[in-house]
Design a protein around this ligand. Structure first.
Ligand SMILES: [Zn+2]
Length: 307
């Protein structure tokens, strides 16, 4: 790894992160990401170029607008640093290759979608649909190296040279990933709606998973779905547990109930809190897709080793 190049790639990542912050704020509000230039959301004063330097400006201004001193969310800093780290990690992992370009693009979209979903519970089509197309196109130049490319050549013989057929099989694998991801989330959403009477996963999640499937191919899409379900359940259950413990304590202190009584009643209210709480599934799907493209294959190899 060339240190100078690594530093440059990190800096490019920071700049892309800065642009991503604009997307996260504007896309769910249906605003243009190009014009007008950035302004303070509180006082609408345009932000000068010297106050718009990734990371540094936020730190120098202490996370406040220079003019009106309104707080600027640390999300700006976090997204810039994460995008920088992502670009650097892709370079370290895949070298100076087309794969790095593919996974920088994919990770950039995922970070944008994760933070947009966490803040607004929306997954804008303007990110997921171009992402889906890009994922399918990338599969033609960076082979999605798994199921289809390993199994299908024996089953399907295409009337083209083996070079071309490798690219087509990779595209087929990406399409399989898209179909598997989208239909699983659609099915899970329908079951969830039946069981709990509220919409858990919407079409935004379906399109997100279609995009993830296109970038990852079939095998890692399945990995992402499993990992996200497990992560989501762990977070959901621990949230209920924390609410339960807190409310039990409060009941004992305020209402002088016995611990047993308090536990019983607090359990009821924790269950209601969970039902009202909207889980941002996109956050789990997106972050597990990131884990998938860095560590998914390693994990599966380890897992198969155990079997
Ligand atoms: Zn301001």
């Amino acid at each position: 790894m060339d240190p100078a190049l690594a530093l440059a790639i990190f800096a490019v990542g920071l700049a892309f992160g800065s642009f991503l912050n604009v997307c996260i704020y504007r896309l769910p509000r249906d605003l243009s990401v190009v014009l007008p230039s950035s302004a303070c959301p509180a006082c609408h004063q345009p932000i000068r170029f010297y106050d718009n330097i990734p990371v540094l400006s936020w730190l120098i201004l202490g996370g406040r607008c220079r003019r009106c001193k309104a707080c600027i969310t640390p999300r700006y800093l976090v997204v810039e640093l994460l995008t920088g780290a992502l670009f650097l990690a892709c370079y370290a992992h895949f070298g100076l290759t087309l794969a790095t370009l593919k996974y920088c693009t994919f990770g950039f979209l995922l970070l944008g979608l994760i933070f947009t979903d966490a803040e607004t519970q929306l997954l804008p089509d303007k990110m997921t649909l171009p992402g889906l197309v890009l994922g399918l196109l990338f599969s033609l130049v960076v082979p999605v190296n798994d199921l289809a490319s390993q199994l299908l050549p024996g089953l399907i013989s295409l009337p083209v040279s083996s070079d071309v057929s490798a690219h087509l099989l990779s595209l087929l694998d990406a399409l399989l990933g898209t179909a598997a991801g989208a239909s699983f989330v659609y099915g899970a959403g329908a079951i969830y709606l039946r069981a709990r009477g509220v919409e858990g996963m919407g079409f935004g999640d379906v399109k997100l998973m279609a995009m993830i499937g296109a970038f990852l191919g079939f095998k890692l899409t399945i990995f992402t779905l499993f990992a996200a379900s497990i992560a989501g359940s762990i977070v959901g259950l621990s949230t209920v547990f924390i609410i339960w413990v807190k409310r039990t304590r409060r009941r004992v202190a305020r209402h002088h109930e016995t611990v047993r009584e308090a536990r019983h009643r607090a359990w009821g209210s924790a269950a209601i809190a969970l039902r009202r709480h909207q889980m941002p599934f996109g956050v789990f799907l997106g972050s597990m897709a990131m884990v998938a493209f860095f560590f998914g294959n390693q994990f599966l190899r380890w897992y198969w080793g155990l079997m």
